[in-house]
Design a protein around this ligand. Structure first.
Ligand SMILES: Nc1ncnc2c1ncn2[C@@H]1O[C@H](COP(=O)(O)OP(=O)(O)O)[C@@H](O)[C@H]1O
Ligand SMILES: [Mg+2]
Length: 247
């Protein structure tokens, strides 16, 4: 049995008086890729925000690498090794590609064996070389402002920024949304390498079931703030769960 990297037990959260997640149990084994699927508005983004600490737990507990992190804020969880690629990417439009990548380095502050242990790039001080190896395009556009990039370039930058913090767990919220098919394939290839070569565990929100099935080992379906179904993408087909996700 693989070690459990992330574990949620009975997690709940609310926006003010409005409860958004109920009784979430989730285990993400180290080295795995888990796809979180479900219709719009069911709580997928809210669950990722709860995992990164941007939303407070109103119930339950969360452990990361066996440590209870339920009470930690976003910066502490990032330092613990949780990386996040938000829905819509949230690139800083007035910062260059290099500066956007550098913002990701803050997750390394105070981390044992962190910044000093990695190979530094000649392109951007402190930005790991493997980011440019995964996304050569970023090296070519290193001085361009974030706001002028295409959707695909912004997505590569958002993933690169998260990787700059050397996460053990990478959360991605709809990385293929609004991106042309040729770039979707590049992103999938990069995510495979991030798993295989960097040993990063992945939890991905993905509406596009073919992508989720080809990339992830297991899936969870959300409905109205709960996980209502879980299974293996190897033992079941996407068609068997599509009715729970499609409108
Ligand atoms: N900042 C917010 N304030 C209040 N309600 C929110 C906020 N963000 C999301 N919600 C509500 O929480 C529910 C889940 O939203 P979300 O997590 O964004 O769903 P999904 O990512 O699955 O589309 C929805 O009913 C949404 O309207
Ligand atoms: Mg969402």
């Amino acid at each position: 049995m693989a070690d459990t990297l992330l574990k949620l037990d009975g997690v709940a959260t609310a926006y003010g008086q409005s409860q958004a997640l109920w009784d979430i149990d989730l285990e993400v084994p180290a080295g795995s890729a888990v796809a979180l699927i479900g219709r719009n508005g069911v709580g997928k983004t809210t669950l990722l925000k709860t995992i990164i600490g941007a939303q407070r737990l109103s119930g339950g507990r969360m452990t990361f690498q066996g440590r209870d992190v339920s009470a930690l804020g976003p910066h502490q969880r990032a330092r613990a090794g949780i990386g996040y690629v938000p829905q819509g990417r949230h690139i800083f439009p007035h910062l260059t590609v290099r500066e956007n990548l550098e913002t990701g380095l803050s997750a390394l502050a105070g981390r044992a064996g962190g910044a000093g242990a990695m190979s530094k790039s000649a392109i951007g001080a402190g930005i790991p070389d493997h980011i440019f190896d995964l996304f050569p395009k970023l090296a070519q556009i290193i001085n361009r402002k974030g706001g002028v990039l295409s959707g695909g370039e912004q997505q590569q930058l958002a993933i690169g920024r998260a990787l700059a913090g050397q996460p053990r767990l990478l959360l991605l919220d709809e990385p293929t949304e609004g991106i042309q098919p040729s770039v979707v394939q590049q992103i999938e290839d990069a995510l495979r390498r991030i798993r295989a070569e960097l040993g990063v565990t992945v939890l991905i929100v993905e509406q596009y079931l073919d992508f989720a099935w080809s990339f992830a080992d297991s899936y969870r379906v959300m409905q109205r703030g709960r996980i209502i179904r879980a299974g293996s993408t190897r033992e079941e087909t996407a068609a068997e769960v599509a009715h729970l996700v499609n409108i």
